[in-house]
Design a protein around this ligand. Structure first.
Ligand code: PRP
Length: 217
């Protein structure tokens, strides 16, 4: 349930453009792709082991370094805002197996007394998890954490515990990080920013608005 920040300067740069209300649909979507790529590189840098290998250049044999585990990666796309974000992640993890899950907040029902939304999960297509896998569940927004808790339940149910489990978001509210950390303590929470608070409608403030709407509408 630990939370860590992705501190790469370019991640903050892209996120700042995503926050900007002037950033329109095409730029917004491209920004999410770019952010996904940077986050993927940061996950590799921070969490994945490397090994020394010999490599034959056109001139001679020398030592090189390879990242281990790139063949054992599962990325879960939480529809719909995560789609461009995952497209970027796939540039860092081209051989990842992918899961897709559609989960959304019942906005009409509103938040309950513990600050959670009821979540409807409509479509679930997930690969099996192997113990050696690095699993990355991606959603640009972690607000109350209701969506992510429901998603993680489905992703992990009946599966062996993976080697690494990352919940990756661009913008998180403290409430969401706490809720997911409590519900799934084995998950490592990665986010580019932790914002100030949630408003009465469960929107992250300052946030970036509704990522799904800004990317797709
Ligand atoms: C948004 C966002 C997350 C969720 C976060 O999706 O993309 O999935 O809300 O909120 P939570 O942490 O309080 O659950 P939304 O339900 O708007 O669906 P969409 O991606 O289809 O727009």
């Amino acid at each position: 349930g630990d939370a860590s920040l992705i501190t790469h300067a370019l991640a903050s740069d892209v996120l700042t453009r995503l926050r900007d209300v002037q950033t329109e649909q095409v730029e917004f979507r491209k920004g999410l792709v770019k952010l996904g790529r940077i986050c993927g590189y940061e996950i590799i840098d921070g969490a994945m082991e490397t090994e020394y290998v010999t490599v034959e250049t056109p001139l001679t044999e020398t030592m090189g370094q390879r990242v281990k585990g790139l063949d054992d990666v599962v990325i879960v796309n939480v529809l719909r805002a995560a789609t461009p974000f995952v497209e970027g992640l796939l540039k860092a993890f081209p051989r990842a197996r992918q899961g897709v899950i559609s989960a959304s907040r019942d906005e009409a029902a509103g938040m309950d007394g513990s600050g959670q939304f009821p979540i409807s999960v409509d479509y679930v297509k997930l690969p099996d998890i192997e113990p050696e896998d690095t699993v990355i569940v991606a959603d640009p927004m972690l607000a109350t954490g209701s969506t992510m808790c429901a998603v993680l339940e489905r992703v992990l149910e009946g599966q062996p515990e993976p080697e690494n489990l990352f919940v990756l978001s661009a913008v998180s509210a403290p409430e969401g990080l706490l809720a997911v950390g409590d519900a799934v303590p084995e998950a490592e929470l990665l986010t580019v920013a932790i914002d100030d608070e949630l408003d009465d409608d469960g929107y992250i403030v300052p946030g970036l608005g509704d990522a799904g709407d800004r990317a797709f509408r």
